[in-house]
Design a protein around this ligand. Structure first.
Ligand SMILES: Cc1cc2nc3c(=O)[nH]c(=O)nc-3n(C[C@H](O)[C@H](O)[C@H](O)COP(=O)(O)OP(=O)(O)OC[C@H]3O[C@@H](n4cnc5c(N)ncnc54)[C@H](O)[C@@H]3O)c2cc1C
Length: 473
């Protein structure tokens, strides 16, 4: 019986294990971090397509149970005036309407903390008897003489299986084991800062189910109110890629510096943004935003990548988690239905590549509208910005640019579209017309993105016979 090693116990890792289990294939998940997922900050939005993919394997309910609906987006200007309110794409689900997908009620969009999502998926995987081993960082892998794969971990241990699925995220080791020339992530020129503000007066907090997007003069803040009244916020600030140390917010002093830095970006505005940031205690989370436009090779021999390891989108489209979930279910189906791993990997790639690259492109486009070209990153998978110079906004811990320059990003540089999810710019934004960029066609409208449906019961055809599609598999 086939046994699959899964490197990475994030979203794709746990969902791949459950999907394989449903397909009758056993697996073990090896997660680098020693304990649970408590250290993965931020919150995110899962759209209907991601939740629908979870429904395919019967794993949507635990996620619905720990999340709350995202229904509408209200945009405020830097003066605090409302620029209008509109539904989040797919938000009609939360309003109780029937969705366009087969008349079934739409499941999303839903908001939840990333750590909560990890925990819900881990608990559900464990309930199904799946083993997740912690403290196992994949550092190498080789094909054995009999065509199996041996994975080696940082703690000196090893494991053998028939296949190795790299669900090891943005900085994937599996991606470079498959192709040493694989591109590394590009910094998009944005730093995302998130926090949780307690005790806000009701007039300063968005109504339940509303994402309030505040277009400040120097940065952009999005926030929503959790059922317990806490205001969850994220701010997108243009700036150069920061080192791990400079991003860290693990001490009260660092938290305070980031809080003051972000609050200062909104201090001259008349919107509630600065007050929301100042009402935040510890637990501020900061991250560089990255993407990987194209990973040319997704599989080699018994190894394959999925989720962020295969195609990372900038957070702006708020679709990375949903794409990881979809990938996981489709890969499991392919392994279930096709006679050899090589055929399964080819069919999986054919079914997924066009769609995920369109999402990466769409996210990059939203990001690029929000970031001054000077702040964009210098990763090796995209053309560099013309001058490639440092970002426009410094940040605490980034002594080199923050205090030296101190000048905020160009006014009006912040994206105009509504966003949802930490750092995300929801699929709710008005969509740019279809265009070809770097060979990727981004379809018009949002249906292709949100109403993707995986038919678990219909067998997958081999790659040559299957039709690549952005609308379903
Ligand atoms: C600020 C921010 C906001 C976002 N907002 C949204 C949003 O609103 N909606 C959305 O859909 N997406 C959002 N995303 C993107 C989303 O979080 C990712 O696309 C998603 O987590 C990808 O899932 P994954 O399982 O591929 O990778 P991850 O969730 O990153 O999981 C990878 C796992 O692999 C482990 N790992 C890494 N290396 C190794 C190794 N060598 N060996 C073993 N284990 C390893 C990691 O510890 C981790 O647990 C956001 C991202 C950020 C940064």
């Amino acid at each position: 019986m086939t046994h699959v090693l899964i490197a990475g116990g994030g979203i794709a890792g746990a969902v791949t294990a459950m999907s394989l289990h449903r397909a009758g294939i056993s697996s073990t998940v090896y997660e680098a971090y020693p304990s649970g997922a408590d250290d993965v900050g931020a919150f995110l939005v899962l759209f209907h397509n991601g939740l629908e993919a979870l429904r395919t394997i019967g794993a949507h309910q635990p996620v619905l149970d720990v999340s709350f609906p995202a229904e509408r987006i209200e945009t405020l200007s830097h003066t605090g005036d409302s620029l209008g309110t509109r539904p989040v794409s797919g938000g009609e689900a939360a309003e109780g309407a029937e969705g366009a997908a087969g008349g079934r009620k739409l499941l999303g969009p839903r908001t939840l903390r990333r750590a909560t999502l990890y925990r819900a998926l881990h608990d559900e995987a464990a309930r199904r008897g799946i083993t997740i081993e912690h403290g196992k960082r994949l550092v190498a892998a080789e094909t054995t003489e009999d065509g199996r794969v041996r994975a080696r971990f940082g703690d000196g241990t090893a494991a053998e299986g028939d296949l190795l699925v790299g669900a090891d995220g943005l900085h994937s080791m599996t991606r470079s084991l498959i192709d040493p020339d694989a591109p590394s992530p590009r910094h998009t020129g944005q730093i995302t800062v998130c926090g949780w503000a307690a005790g806000m007066p009701p007039e300063a907090a968005p109504a339940q189910g509303t994402y309030r997007m505040i277009q400040g003069r120097r940065a952009f803040l999005g926030c929503t109110t959790a059922p317990d009244g806490e205001v969850w916020w994220f701010a997108n600030t243009p700036g150069p890629e920061l080192s791990k140390d400079r991003l860290a917010t693990d001490t009260p002093e660092r938290n305070a510096r980031w809080r003051e830095h972000v609050a200062a970006l909104f201090a001259e505005d008349a919107s509630p943004a600065a007050d929301i940031v100042r009402a935040t205690g510890d637990g501020i989370f900061t991250s560089n935003a990255y993407d990987v436009a194209r990973t040319p090779v997704w599989s080699r021999g018994p190894m394959v990548v999925l989720g962020d390891a295969a195609h990372a989108a900038a957070p702006n489209a708020a679709q990375g988690a949903s794409m990881a979930i979809e990938d996981s279910v489709v890969l499991a189906k392919c392994l279930r239905d096709l006679p050899s791993p090589g055929e399964a990997f080819a069919a999986y790639e054919e079914l997924r590549r066009e769609r995920v690259e369109a999402v990466v492109e769409r996210s990059a486009r939203i990001n690029d509208r929000a970031v001054p070209s000077a702040a964009r990153g210098r990763g090796n998978n995209r053309p560099q910005s013309a001058d490639g110079s440092a970002g426009a906004v410094g940040s605490p811990g980034d002594e080199g640019s923050a205090s030296a320059d101190g000048s905020p990003g160009a006014e009006g540089s912040v994206g105009a579209e509504g966003s949802a999810g930490a750092g995300g710019s929801a699929a709710a934004e008005s969509l740019a017309p279809s265009r070809k960029t770097e060979g990727v066609r981004v379809p018009e409208g949002a249906d292709w993105l949100l109403h993707y449906r995986i038919d678990w019961d219909t067998p997958v055809a081999s790659a040559s016979a299957s039709t690549p599609t952005a609308t379903g598999s």
